[in-house]
Design a protein around this ligand. Structure first.
Ligand SMILES: Cc1ncc(COP(=O)(O)O)c(C=O)c1O
Length: 500
């Protein structure tokens, strides 16, 4: 291992010294340490990113069997985030979620998960062959936003699985949600552990949680066994870089490593890996105060916005079942102005160059972070004030308020996602798909919740809902025909392959 020099990130140091070598380089990538970098890219970002875009070299270490600077960087991260082991990921949180589920669920095992889980959890069902036991989240009517999963929902799911004579292999929870709503993970982990079930937490949006007393407690602090964080979302590493943390010994660490070897590239980007190390070091410098200013700015922004007539600001009062809401997530409701999230967003984008993180049917969500500056906040507040002044004066009768609810009560799983994924398929007109088994994931955005998961029966309600939201401008992710005039359904299953 390299000598550790006063907090200097070990992998960044290794990358720097490797790039500074006067090496006769006969290795990939073909830009040859920037010498043949495409001019259009160097005009944009210079040569340095290429100079440091190095392949796997002994002095840089091996992601799948680290014993040098990668190991050192992962150990530093484990110490800071409070895990017993941390893996650096170059396939985003997506690869970490898939590995966590594959490491805990074998084909036929039951996985308890929210129906509105990120698509990576659904693809993990395909990869692992696990049988989903969905928890349907509550939706808040005004916000049209899914609430966080509660301990009693988890307990009910565990009991229902037990009543079928089975035991769940893992519980998967998303906390915080995209909108910053947190579950009571302390209670949920107690529940899971009392049933000897590992708890996996998708903490893609909460990698910053351990770093200020005003932030919610992190999943690791609350007893989760496997936690996946998008270090590239609220923290400052490069896009696509994430971390998977483990705590305790319920989960087999070697199996997690084997799953990651199966899922990830054999040519990891050292720029991504070094950026994870650097993002960790950035926090290590002053872990208790690094987010102080950002939180103060977010608090201030919310109190200003709350004073604007017709504007709603999401907080705990609307979601009392959540023990905490991320103070750095700002969700603003526009329904009292008669505007949908997408209509308000179009205006704020076009007239003020304000770019949000996500918009919903009735709200827009903004992500604040260490780089948020006062000028941008002023611009956002100014834009919202002007919107309120313009649309607040329109008589109530003329205001149309969008309110459509996803037909989750209709979920009928005819095949498990893995069988549906590998079944033969055909394309049918959307109206003709009623009664058929979905062969692809259909996820309208907003609200970004899968309405059909491979293996589920298409109902009339679901088709009506999909046609309604697409007519209102929702985009459909996952579908092979994004206009939704047709969808892919399963053909007959091969003999002997029927789901029991
Ligand atoms: C809740 C949630 N989980 C997981 C992911 C996947 O993260 P990544 O983009 O790092 O693969 C996302 C991405 O937006 C997400 O919102």
């Amino acid at each position: 291992m390299m000598p550790h020099q006063n907090g200097i990130p070990p992998l960044v140091t290794a990358l720097k010294s490797s790039a500074e070598k006067n090496a006769a380089s006969f290795h990939f990538p073909g830009h040859n340490r920037g010498r043949a970098a495409p001019a259009s890219m160097t005009a944009l970002i210079g040569r340095k990113p290429f100079v440091h875009d190095l392949p796997v070299l002994p002095e840089l270490d091996y992601l799948f069997s680290p014993n040098g600077p990668i190991l050192e960087a992962q150990l530093e991260a484990a110490k800071l985030f409070g895990s017993s082991h941390t893996w650096f990921l170059v396939g985003g949180t997506t690869s970490g979620i898939q590995a966590a589920i594959m490491a805990t669920c074998s084909p036929g095992d039951v996985l308890i998960l929210p129906r509105n889980s990120h698509v990576s959890a659904i693809s993990a069902l395909v990869l692992s062959g696990a049988v989903p036991k969905y928890i349907i989240p509550h939706f808040h009517n005004d916000w049209d936003i899914a609430a966080a999963i509660t301990p009693s929902q988890v307990l009910q799911a565990i009991r229902e699985v037990e009543m079928e004579g089975k035991k769940a292999a893992a519980v998967f929870i998303t906390s915080p949600t995209y909108h910053g709503l947190c579950s009571d993970l302390s209670r949920i982990s107690e529940l899971c552990h009392s049933h000897k079930i590992p708890l996996i937490v998708d903490e893609a949006h909460g990698a910053h949680f351990a770093f200020h007393s005003k932030l919610p407690k992190s999943a690791l602090q609350q007893g989760a066994d496997l936690v996946v964080q998008s270090t590239h979302k609220v923290l400052c590493s490069l896009t696509q870089s994430s971390m998977l943390h483990m705590s305790g010994n319920i989960v087999d660490k070697d199996r997690v490593s084997a799953c990651l070897r199966t899922l990830q590239t054999t040519s990891p980007s050292f720029l991504l890996l070094a950026s994870l190390d650097a993002a960790r070091a950035q926090l290590s410098e002053n872990p208790d105060t690094v987010f102080r200013q950002a939180i103060a700015l977010a608090d201030e922004t919310k109190s200003v916005l709350k004073q604007i007539p017709g504007i709603s600001v999401l907080d705990n009062s609307s979601f009392p079942a959540s023990p905490a809401v991320d103070p750095l997530r700002l969700t603003v409701g526009f329904w009292n102005l008669g505007l949908s999230g997408s209509e308000a967003d179009k205006i704020l984008y076009k007239d003020y160059d304000v770019i949000c993180e996500i918009f919903g049917n009735r709200s827009i969500t903004y992500a604040l972070n260490l780089g948020t500056c006062r000028e941008h906040v002023h611009r956002l507040v100014l834009g919202i004030k002007r919107l309120a002044a313009t649309y607040g004066s329109i008589p109530k009768a003329e205001k149309k308020v969008v309110n459509v609810h996803a037909p989750f009560d209709d979920v009928i799983m005819s095949m498990i996602p893995r069988d549906a994924f590998f079944a033969s398929k055909r394309k049918v007109a959307i109206r003709e798909s009623i009664g058929e088994v979905a062969g692809e994931i259909i996820c309208p955005y907003p609200p970004g919740v899968p309405i059909l998961i491979p293996g589920e029966v298409v109902t009339e309600n679901i088709v009506d809902y999909l046609l309604l939201v697409t007519s209102k401008g929702a985009e459909v992710n996952g579908a092979s025909d994004s206009s939704l005039s047709s969808i892919v359904v399963c053909g007959k299953l091969a003999a002997g392959k029927e789901h029991p």
